[in-house]
Design a protein around this ligand. Sequence first.
Ligand SMILES: C[S@@+](CC[C@H](N)C(=O)[O-])C[C@H]1O[C@@H](n2cnc3c(N)ncnc32)[C@H](O)[C@@H]1O
Length: 263
Amino acid sequence: MDVRTILPKRRVGLADVGRLTARLPAPVSDRVWGTVLQWRMKQGGWTLVPQDDLRRVYREAVRQLGGEVQAYAEFGIYAGDSLGIMADVLAEAGSSAPMFGFDSFRGLPDSVTDDEGGWQPGAFYCPEWVTRWNLSTNHGVGPDRITLIPGWFDESLTPGLAGELGIERISIAQLDADAYSSTVPVLDWLTPLLADRAVLIFDDWFAGGNTEEIGIGVQRAFEEWLERRPEFTAEAFATYGFGPGAGRKEVVGKAFIVSRTPA
Ligand SMILES: C[S@@+](CC[C@H](N)C(=O)[O-])C[C@H]1O[C@@H](n2cnc3c(N)ncnc32)[C@H](O)[C@@H]1O
């Protein structure tokens, strides 16, 4: 087969190669693609997040909760950079709240083709071993500090999982799985676990040309959840993005305080 027929017409980037290798059997692609990704990170980083601005919002999230964080959960962790930043912010605040990271470790699922955001199946594929390597090498976070839970959210987020992990309440959740279809099961799973006053952060609030007027993707997932769950109210307290120093000026994420009305 002529490989050009399966490659995109535009310039091929690392994300495209990740998407294509995600189609190979996991033991093969995890080793091959993981080694490429690890090499690229050693060359100077391969981070997706606006690190300084995210750190500012994470600090503000902890402050909004008066420093009382029962647990942190992140859905969509890729190589673990946002997870590593939160580990640092919690340490700085003197918090040893348990931390959990959920990911397929196979990139975005096939269902994202139905999403409005133009997402590609397999994009952001990062093998679990590279995430663990990045967390420990670049963030100084060892396996004892964070529990990683591999799997597709619609399969891994079972009703019994919180009990198995010893989670009673989650105070801060970062929802960074990009697509509407990946965000819906996360919000449903979180519902009984959210602390009475919790922080929800949506990394892709403004992704794919989305605006508050258009309201697609994760915005739509959150708005529908709030309609289904009238016991919760939400108030935005911060946005974050890539500043001009990063060569671009773009707001990507938005953070909310979510409060549960007493019954
Ligand atoms: C944009 S990346 C996360 C970036 C990361 N939070 C960071 O800032 O470095 C999105 C991640 O979501 C994961 N993901 C998306 N949909 C998923 C699903 N339905 N089940 C499991 N993982 C999913 C992908 O594997 C990918 O690692």
